[in-house]
Design a protein around this ligand. Structure first.
Ligand code: PEP
Ligand code: MG
Length: 576
């Protein structure tokens, strides 16, 4: 039977494929005593897990998809060698014998010891093997706990699959970047949750807040995902299927046409040039940035380097990641935002206690100032990378002057240390602040004299202005970028920054929404930073816009409080 589900569209496009239900597993390792009499059975359990994982890896090797990178076979072979090594295959058994503990606990202890040892290795190649050990160890833990390896289909099948999940974390989404699914749909989430942002960055249609999709849809069912309307059609009949295949083709053709704008300068009809920059999560995203024709990176969300791992990246690792991006951009600006973990972006090693209101708690700059060693490590890495390109440093979630003063003092300390150690950095590295909390937007003079530039994070600015959790599907309908309070804060920030002669950008999702482009241009915005996939569409709007035509309609919009009239006025601005 065919039926439709409605949610919030977060990434455009049309996908047609079979459902793959994804269930999340967390590894809870318990600790218990195993008496001498039961120890042989515990050792046996460990050996069985070793055999099971050995078989899993063999199967993986046999099913390497055609066209997979050449290193894949070598990579699996390495994992098989690690599995056989005494450090994993024997040492936990000794711990079971000596300590009388359960196999999972013994393995966890041994894994942590190995990770710490590898971390201290001088040789970067050997240091990187730490991740391989962790991955093999995790497989083994899962086999012991009785959880299957993550239920992802092989690469070749993923191409035709639509991933259906109750919820996905931003960390899951980063892993999926290597898995070419057709589309993602989830029960939970809001349009600007980090999971949605990442789905958008993959350039594949996605829908969140479907509420019951995971319960209702069955594995292998045919789905159509309409990323424009936010609709999922389950088991469509042949007629609907044919119609959507046609629409899908048209959509692809339009995207192809837009790609031709890559090297066209983003200039309005009246000759003002607009800076279009890109948002990235990982150094590998630089390829997409180059293909999009972006004039630099306006937001590098560095927290993604801290996810899907049990430890924190050290200075060298971070330095290499930042330097790689700075060099790849060849003199174009690269805005590196300091660590913004907390709330929906959790890193295992971050050790952030869960609280009732995580978005209002120890997040972003608050977390960094509470962990000065972690922060200093990152500041040193960013400063060192600044020697290799046009780097700018951006501070997230500022809300008080004291935070800014303390941050600047730590930057100064990092500069001093590097100078003493004879390590090069850009002494003029520009330092900017994110406008994400209404407090900073309302008290800009308190911050502006100490900052070189501003970047408005509309995702959080809307969340904090309207008191709407951006990840909560239950209140997602109230998350309103066109709320007069939000528009007022954005317009005020742009105006005040320009008056003070400081550049200001927007790097929240509003910047990549072509329906907002004219409004933001009318507010005076000249720098937009967005996921590379959105850049051509925004550029197309800019190319067809005359700034002088925007002045009076935008003034009227800023004085309008009636939501219906406001929406109508923005529609007219875009189409009239
Ligand atoms: C924002 O809040 O708008 C922003 C760009 O930061 P993030 O989405 O990473 O919180
Ligand atoms: Mg933010």
């Amino acid at each position: 039977m065919s039926f439709a589900l409605h949610g919030i569209a977060v990434a455009q496009g049309i996908a047609i494929g079979r459902a793959h239900l994804f269930s999340q597993t967390t590894l809870e390792v318990t600790h218990y005593v195993v008496t001498a009499e039961h120890r042989p059975a515990e050792l046996q359990r460990f050996d069985s897990a070793l055999l099971e994982v050995g078989q899993e890896l063999k199967d993986l090797e046999r099913h390497i998809p055609v066209g997979a990178p050449a290193e894949m076979a070598a990579f699996i072979e390495l994992h098989r060698l690690i599995l056989k090594d005494d450090m994993l295959a024997r040492a936990p058994k000794q711990l079971i014998q000596q300590q009388g503990c359960n196999a999972e606990w013994a393995l966890k202890q041994q894994l942590e010891l190995l990770i710490a040892q590898f971390e201290q290795m001088e040789d970067p190649y050997l240091r990187q093997r730490r991740d391989d050990i962790w991955q093999v160890g995790t497989r083994l833990l899962k086999a012991l706990i009785g959880q299957p390896a993550p239920s992802l289909p092989p690469h070749s099948e993923a191409v035709d699959s639509i991933l259906v999940a109750h919820d996905l974390s931003p960390a899951d989404m980063v892993l999926f970047k290597q898995h070419p699914f057709q589309s993602f749909i989830t029960d939970l989430g809001g349009a600007t949750s980090h999971t949605a942002i990442l789905a958008r960055s993959l350039g594949i249609p996605s829908i969140v807040a479907l509420h019951h999709a995971w319960d209702i849809i069955r594995e292998g069912e045919m789905l159509i995902v309409d990323g424009m309307a936010g609709v999922v059609i389950v088991n469509p009949d042949t007629q609907i299927l044919a119609e959507y295949r046609l629409r899908q083709e048209q959509w692809h053709l339009e995207r192809q046409k837009l790609k031709r704008l890559r090297s066209t300068p983003a200039t309005t009809l009246d000759g003002t040039s607009i800076e279009l920059l890109a948002n990235i999560e990982m150094p590998d995203d630089v390829d997409a940035v180059k293909k999009s024709g972006a004039r630099g990176i306006g937001l590098f969300r560095t927290e993604f380097l801290f996810m899907n791992r049990s430890d924190l990246p050290g200075e060298e690792e971070q330095f290499h990641a930042y330097r790689q991006v700075a060099e790849a951009l060849r003199g174009l600006p690269v805005t590196i935002r300091t660590l913004d973990i907390g709330a929906d972006k959790q890193a295992e090693a971050g050790n952030i206690a869960s609280t009732l209101n995580p978005a209002l708690g120890l997040r972003a700059i608050r977390y960094c100032l509470a962990e000065p060693q972690i922060f200093l490590t990152q500041l040193r890495a960013i400063l060192r990378a600044s020697h290799f390109g046009k780097v700018q440093l951006l501070i997230p979630m500022l809300s008080s002057r004291a935070e800014l003063t303390q941050t600047l003092a730590l930057i100064e300390q990092a500069r001093h240390e590097l100078t003493q150690e004879g390590l090069a950095f850009d002494p003029k590295l520009p330092i900017g602040g994110m406008v994400e909390v209404p407090a900073i937007a309302l008290a800009l003079p308190l911050f502006l004299d100490q900052l070189d530039f501003l970047s408005i994070g509309t995702n959080d600015l809307i969340q904090y202005t309207l008191a709407i959790d951006r990840t909560d599907d239950a209140v997602a309908h109230l998350f309103d970028p066109l709320h007069p309070a939000v528009l007022g804060l954005i317009a005020h920030t742009i105006r005040t920054a320009h008056k003070a002669g400081k550049p200001v950008a927007i790097c929240g999702e509003m910047a990549g929404n072509p329906a907002m482009t004219r409004l933001l241009l009318g507010f005076g915005l000249r720098e937009f930073s967005m996921h590379p996939a959105h850049l051509p569409e925004v550029k197309q709007v800019i190319l067809k816009t005359s700034l002088t035509d925007l002045v009076s309609p935008v003034k009227r919009i800023l004085g309008t409080y009636d939501p219906d009239r406001l929406e109508e006025a923005v529609n007219r601005l875009n189409h009239g």
